[in-house]
Design a protein around this ligand. Structure first.
Ligand SMILES: Cc1cc2nc3c(=O)[nH]c(=O)nc-3n(C[C@H](O)[C@H](O)[C@H](O)COP(=O)(O)OP(=O)(O)OC[C@H]3O[C@@H](n4cnc5c(N)ncnc54)[C@H](O)[C@@H]3O)c2cc1C
Length: 509
């Protein structure tokens, strides 16, 4: 990195942006990324130290801050709603709290030892010093190279700007391909079908929603078919042809030489995401092969003075059934980003880094697929081998790794119960089917579970499991819970309790 004289942080970078009243002796906390994790870190740091004592600067590459990406599929589905409806807080909110936010400032290079960074604003490179740094740059869509695919027909779905672009263009299309059958891909299928578009789903595995129980994934296939989604499973996208205004995509099946071509007008890449940390130097201790930053429970990275949170980090995670062993958990979810950001900001403000920690989370995920609700939490053994430690659908995991998952470790003894029930009390006309998969190790320690319902019911029930798993609960703990009984909301013996009861019987055998 060039060693040009370092400009004073407020004079050049923050031109035109309100500055705080920080004194010359104050320290500089610079936060990279202005959304979920970054803004949580900024607010937390400011709560801990006042503006005259600690200058907090958020550098954001894009033009948006503080928006809920999780609402994007639903916003896309509703022509009455604008993408900007997803914005939560404006710049003024942060300025009033003494937090400076600089939009359009893309960080290109960070020197962790010299404690300075290089960023680009309006085509100009600027070097900045920092005392402490929080990296909260999230993840970027996994690049997908499809020879022959014109850029104007290729969409990603990660940022608010992606939503604006797709929403604006969608009126011109009738037939759209979604590539990737993870949670985001399926939410996109649902949204695009509700706009009455013809939708094709291309997924490399034989079933969508990897990481969920097999029967649940089959149920997702039935639901997609029922709602008119054209499925291309076991298919890999190899190239595209573009003639006139006609787009053709070439798919390759599992058998060698099995090819097919399907027509569509646009393609949305939902194949996965990769931590956005290319501005940090390679370092086997501080940045893994996929670009993710390993952090401890205080969200400190291996570089002194640098904390990190959100979709760009992996956390050390104890393996419940294998005492003494740890694995790395990548949990690219909004709650994880916000909670991690708070911890990172709090510790970075003080500077020692280990006074507040983020508990390890079981990883909770839910989604709506047309009428179907599916949810999972913790770990599920699949066919006698350990499910990926990463709670995100495997298509995302595969995206992170950029290649098929390595064989997971063999699972220590685990027992799984599977029960079917109803979402409401006996005789209620609106009751839907609810299926539960619940798993515990041989000593009765809960490991994880999944739920699926044909109407409302599965998603919020998973919270019971999330609470128990986080508290390292046992099957007996679940059985003793006083879960609500009222016919419009649930049966007297909730399917979760039935699954626990079945598991207890299995444990006694
Ligand atoms: C369609 C969709 C649906 C989702 N649904 C759910 C859900 O239902 N539940 C759930 O828990 N999670 C969901 N998520 C995931 C959730 O949105 C993310 O986990 C969360 O936003 C991560 O927050 P973050 O702050 O780490 O990253 P981001 O929110 O991506 O923020 C990172 C910011 O850093 C900026 N940045 C990147 N590189 C640089 C750089 N070099 N210099 C400066 N700035 C940079 C980016 O522009 C971005 O604004 C969904 C995500 C998507 C895309």
């Amino acid at each position: 990195m060039a060693s040009a004289p370092l400009p004073y942080i407020g004079r050049r970078v923050l031109e035109g942006i309100a500055t705080t009243s920080a004194g010359p002796m104050s320290e500089h906390l610079v936060i990279l990324g202005g959304n979920t994790a970054g803004l949580a870190a900024a607010l937390s740091a400011r709560r801990r130290r006042p503006a005259q004592d600690l200058r907090v600067l958020v550098l954001e590459a894009g033009q948006d801050i503080s928006y809920g990406a999780c609402g994007m599929p639903y916003n896309l589905a509703d022509p009455q709603r604008q993408p900007n409806d997803l914005l939560v807080r404006g710049m003024d909110h942060f300025r009033q709290l003494g937090i400076e936010v600089a939009l359009g400032h893309r960080v290109l290079e960070v020197d962790p030892l010299a404690r300075r960074l290089r960023l680009r604003r309006d085509g100009q490179d600027i070097t900045l010093p920092w005392d402490r740094l929080v990296v909260a740059t999230g993840a970027a869509p996994l690049p997908m190279s499809v020879p022959g695919l014109p850029a104007e027909r290729h969409f990603t779905f990660r940022s608010l700007q992606d939503l604006r672009r797709l929403k604006e263009a969608i009126h011109g299309f009738q037939r759209v391909a979604v590539v990737g059958g993870g949670a985001v891909g399926l939410e996109l299928c649902d949204a695009l079908r509700s706009l009455d578009l013809q939708v094709l789903l291309v997924e490399a595995q034989s079933l969508p929603l990897p990481g969920f129980p097999h029967a649940l994934r089959e149920r997702a296939v039935d639901t997609l078919r029922l709602h008119g989604v054209e499925l291309h499973l076991d298919s890999r996208l190899t190239q595209a042809t573009w003639q006139g205004s006609r787009l053709g995509i070439e798919l390759q099946g599992p058998a060698r030489g099995q090819h097919g071509s399907v027509a569509c007008e646009a393609l949305v890449n939902a194949t996965g995401q990769i931590p956005a940390t290319d501005f940090l130097p390679a370092n086997p201790l501080a940045k893994d092969a996929h670009g993710a930053l390993p952090v401890d429970r205080s969200m400190a990275t291996a570089w002194p003075g640098i904390w990190a949170a959100g979709d760009c980090v992996v956390r050390e995670h104890a393996v419940p059934a294998l005492p003494g062993e740890t694995a790395r958990l990548w949990n690219p979810q909004a709650r994880e980003a916000r909670r991690g950001g708070r911890v990172a900001g709090w510790n970075a403000a003080f500077g020692t880094g280990d006074d507040t920690t983020l508990p390890l989370s079981p990883g909770t995920l839910a989604l709506k697929l047309f009428d179907l609700e599916v949810a999972r939490c913790g770990r599920l053994g699949l066919d006698g081998v350990e499910a990926p430690l990463l709670p995100e659908p495997v298509s995302t995991v595969r995206g992170l790794l950029g290649q098929p998952l390595p064989a997971p470790p063999r699972m220590a003894q685990a027992l799984q119960a599977n029960v079917k029930g109803q979402t409401r009390g006996h005789g209620m006309p609106q009751a839907d089917d609810l299926e539960v998969w619940l798993e515990a190790d041989g000593q009765g320690l809960l490991r994880g579970g999944a739920l699926c319902s044909t109407g409302p019911g599965a998603a919020l029930r998973v919270n019971v499991l999330a609470a128990l798993l986080q508290a390292q609960g046992r099957v007996e703990d679940l059985l003793e819970l006083d879960l609500v009984y009222s016919p419009p909301f649930g049966p007297i013996e909730d399917p979760l309790l039935k699954a626990a009861s079945r598991l207890r019987t299995l444990l006694k055998k």
